[in-house]
Design a protein around this ligand. Structure first.
Ligand SMILES: [Zn+2]
Length: 81
């Protein structure tokens, strides 16, 4: 999965992570790319769900760690470590 944003100016970002995601069989079948721009509260993410393989993009405000995103397709909760 390619990063959905241009990373030329990394100073604009307060948070960037790219992770592989495991399904229940410990297969790295998914991935998440998550970022937050400086001065913004919302995290944006691009997700390939490890359970249903659906690719989706959304944004979310996290209250606390660990960060979790929910697949809009299969409804499963996915932890982003
Ligand atoms: Zn899913």
């Amino acid at each position: 999965m390619k990063p959905p944003i241009e990373m030329n100016d990394i100073n604009n970002f307060a948070y960037i992570t790219s992770r592989k995601l495991q399904n229940e069989r410990d297969e790295k079948s998914g991935a998440v790319f998550m970022w937050r721009r400086k001065g913004e509260e919302e995290f944006n993410y691009k997700l390939k769900c490890p359970y249903c393989s659906e690719e989706q993009e959304s944004s979310v405000v996290f209250k606390k760690r660990p960060y979790r995103v929910k697949s809009g397709n299969c409804g499963r909760s996915i932890m982003v470590e």
